[in-house]
Design a protein around this ligand. Structure first.
Ligand SMILES: Cc1cc2nc3c(=O)[nH]c(=O)nc-3n(C[C@H](O)[C@H](O)[C@H](O)COP(=O)(O)OP(=O)(O)OC[C@H]3O[C@@H](n4cnc5c(N)ncnc54)[C@H](O)[C@@H]3O)c2cc1C
Length: 321
């Protein structure tokens, strides 16, 4: 697969899956280039920093290892100060923010941000990526797509229809998130570090300052995640309308006596994998096209990690033949 004279492997997406695949491929001697549509690495391991100086982990809340491989990875992050335990039941969070491990792993890997891959074009051995913002990257010998499954399927459909069909089988629940800040005296029932209330609209309430490495003290910074059902029902509303509606649900649980200092909603359209593809990764050695992500194996950060490692192994195995 490795070819002289052209760039080697393009990775679409700088979430954990993309960055881990790129890291493993680079360690195996491949030249890698990541292309990411947002402003930086992290994907759904996300942290929002506001103009007011507040920070919210509004996507994934914590990671927990079920397998030895991811446990070793988290231990390596913790040894570098990029993750720390949160509570006593094996939960870890990125430190000082949820996106910190992905950002640190991406450092040193060529990464183009603010570039949405709109199409994969060309032919095996000479793939190019055309950007929605204009311009073209490549050629590449291989292209690995680590976007959420519906977006991966759309990119792969014209060039790898069988992979696109496989990715298209994954199903997601959306999640509407609300980032809240309150003056300390306003809350009658301040949240614990994490609550899963038995509530039709609210699945999760997390308190930022309870996590290691975050700013201590006022104001309260709180992340609220809506349930899948409530998120589906309100998915197409404007962010302002979502914020108002979700605040109306959350405020009584918090015992809020007055309005928050900050209330901004975020729409995660492809948040939590409900039905994975049940294959470690997708890879076609004939075309040099592949895909990985949590949607291959399950709805957790560890699934994204395992899938990315499986894809990198498959690509490196091909090179050795
Ligand atoms: C609200 C919420 C709560 C969660 N809570 C937890 C939790 O507590 N614990 C847990 O383990 N997991 C949790 N998860 C799931 C976890 O975040 C994901 O499983 C994991 O982060 C997925 O990583 P990934 O790399 O597969 O995908 P992503 O992180 O989604 O990365 C994909 C990347 O591809 C980029 N991209 C997409 N299309 C393009 C394109 N065309 N061109 C360029 N770039 C593109 C995206 O911008 C993104 O950066 C949660 C997710 C959400 C949304």
């Amino acid at each position: 697969m490795a070819q002289q004279g052209i760039s080697d492997v393009a990775v679409v997406g700088a979430g954990l899956a993309g960055v881990i695949a790129a890291r493993d491929l680079a360690a195996g001697g491949r030249g890698v280039h990541i292309v990411e549509k947002s402003r930086g690495a992290g994907g759904r391991m996300a942290t929002r920093r506001t103009q007011e100086g507040l920070a919210f982990d509004h996507g994934a809340q914590y990671v927990r290892a079920h397998g030895a491989d991811f446990a070793a990875e988290i231990a390596a992050w913790a040894a570098r100060g990029l993750a720390a335990p949160w509570g006593a039941d094996g939960r870890f969070v990125g430190a000082p923010s949820m996106n910190a491990p992905v950002r640190a792993l991406a450092a040193g890997i060529p990464l183009t941000v603010g570039t949405t891959v709109a199409a994969i074009e060309g032919e095996p051995g000479r793939w190019t990526l055309s950007a929605a913002e204009g311009g073209r990257l490549g050629p590449f010998a291989a292209v690995l797509v680590t976007a959420p499954a519906p977006q991966a399927a759309a990119l792969l459909a014209p060039v790898a229809p069988a992979l696109a069909r496989a990715a298209g089988a994954a199903r997601y629940a959306p999640c509407l998130a609300l980032m809240l800040a309150y003056a300390p005296e306003v809350l009658e029932h301040p949240p614990g570090p994490a609550q899963r209330p038995d509530h039709p609209a609210i699945a999760w309430i997390g308190e930022e300052a309870s996590k290691p490495g975050r700013a201590a003290g006022a104001p309260w910074r709180i992340v609220v995640h809506a349930t899948p059902g409530w998120s589906r029902a309100h998915l197409e509303e404007t962010p302002d309308a979502i914020a108002r509606a979700l605040l109306a649900q959350a405020a009584p649980l918090l015992g809020a006596r007055s309005e928050p200092l900050y209330a901004v909603a975020h729409r995660w359209r492809f948040a939590l994998v409900e039905e994975p593809v049940r294959r470690p990764c997708l890879w076609d050695p004939e075309t040099g096209l592949g895909a990985a992500g949590d949607w291959c194996l399950g709805g957790r950060v560890e699934a994204a990690f395992d899938s990315a490692r499986a894809l990198a192994r498959a690509v490196l195995e091909e090179t050795r033949r």
